[in-house]
Design a protein around this ligand. Structure first.
Ligand code: ADP
Length: 395
């Protein structure tokens, strides 16, 4: 089956056509820097021959970006009747525990959840409405970033606020990156050929999150995760602050910071970028690690916070058997993995330096008590497979 996937972010639209039988993308595209001077459209088609295109043009807003993306799908030879299924990534799914077909009621629920995810859900909705116009006969499926974490026990998701804030305002920890954590956990089951183990997954890209996963009879169950009410919680990220003493926000409000200024500060100007004053891009920081004190500090804060988070999840899982790294930094940087694992040596984590430098699938030494894996994530493939599973179960 050919499934169109749409991943509409705050400033980009990623789209793919995936052949679910062959588990590979036939078309991959990105509309980037929406609303900025340097917007860019790129896509590649991998059929009998591979072709790749890059177009510099102004893209005013998300609606326009989606029109470009969906026209590219049609112009690349995928007909309206061929695409029977469109999988939409929806960042905030509230209490949704599984993917679901999108109907009026689901659209309303996603719209209501915009209150909890104002930077994400409204754009996800634009994607849904535009794609429904282009592919009115297709089934549209919402795949939620939060759904995987709905298995967390209440002791992991309740904040220390008065209980009414949870009951009346839905303020609780939700967790994000669920599509990625679930995908790599399922891959770990296949790679290890084991059906019961305690796993900690580390998604380290521009966004960063860690999840404690209990694998039971081959099925991964999330028990705790580092992102919370919003994707700001947890270790520092590319440009996001990660967890802070909430008193800092009161202090900044006192100093006259507006809501918008705080939002920009915490989401766009902090994390690796803010600490280093150089870049949010890990490759740039690593190139400058020995010569630039603040680049080193930013990287050291990140690896320290990641190791602390991983260590804390030994409480959620009562130990751990497998540690898994994924996403741009997690699967690309041997140095970051090595810095994190050094700080976990008292748990019996031991890397094989040669395997680690080669980005091998298993990078732990044979003597390590904990198996350490490097697995690329593929959120689009996971979305397509989840949508297909739902489609097959209901038809
Ligand atoms: P996103 O969260 O936007 O999907 P990615 O998962 O692609 O982001 O991760 C982007 C980050 O990964 C950037 O900081 C980039 O520098 C970093 N990265 C990618 N490849 C490598 C590598 N080989 N070594 C170190 N960092 C890398």
């Amino acid at each position: 089956m050919k499934v169109l996937t749409l991943n509409v972010g705050s400033s980009s639209v990623k789209f793919q056509v995936i052949d679910t039988e062959k588990k590979r993308a036939l078309l991959k595209g990105l509309v980037d820097a929406i609303g900025l001077d340097n917007s860019n459209i790129s896509f590649s088609i991998s059929g009998d021959k591979f072709s790749s295109f890059n177009i510099k043009t102004s893209v005013k807003n998300h609606r326009e970006a989606l029109k470009y993306a969906l026209n590219i799908v049609l112009d690349s030879g995928f007909s309206k009747s061929e695409i029977k299924l469109v999988a939409h990534r929806v960042v905030h799914g509230g209490r949704f525990t599984t993917p679901c077909f999108i109907n009026k009621r689901v659209i309303e629920r996603i719209r209501k959840l915009s209150e909890l995810a104002p930077l994400h859900n409204p754009n996800n909705l634009i994607g849904i409405l535009e794609a429904k116009k282009f592919f009115p006969k297709a089934k549209h499926v919402a795949v939620f970033d939060t759904a995987f974490h709905q298995t967390m026990p209440d002791r992991a998701f309740i904040y220390g606020l008065p209980f009414e804030f949870y009951k009346k305002e839905n303020i609780r920890r939700y967790g994000f990156h669920g599509i990625s954590h679930k995908f790599v956990s399922e891959q770990a089951v296949k790679v290890l050929g084991r059906r019961n183990f305690k796993l900690i997954t580390c998604h380290i890209g521009n966004g960063i999150s860690v999840t404690a996963v209990q694998v039971k009879n081959g099925r991964p169950v999330s028990l705790d995760t580092s992102m919370g009410f919003t994707p700001l919680e947890g270790p520092i990220m590319g440009t996001r602050s990660g967890s802070l003493d909430p008193g800092i926000l009161i202090h900044l409000l006192d100093k006259g910071y507006s809501k918008n200024k705080l939002n920009d500060l915490l989401n766009e100007e902090s994390g690796l970028k803010g600490i280093s004053g150089l870049s949010s891009d890990m490759r740039v920081l690593l190139e400058n690690y020995s010569s630039n004190r603040r680049a080193k500090l930013a990287v050291d804060v990140l690896t320290y916070q990641l190791a602390k988070t991983i260590a804390s999840y030994t409480v959620a899982l009562n130990g751990f058997d497998v540690l898994l790294f994924t996403a741009g930094i997690g699967s690309g940087s041997w140095f970051i993995r090595s810095e994190i694992c050094k700080k976990l040596s008292h748990f019996g984590v031991k890397l094989d330096a040669r395997r680690n430098k080669k980005n091998s699938l298993i990078i732990s030494s044979d003597k390590s008590k904990v198996k350490v894996l490097v697995l690329p994530t593929d959120e689009e493939l996971e979305m397509a497979l989840e949508a297909e599973k739902l489609f097959n179960s209901k038809s």
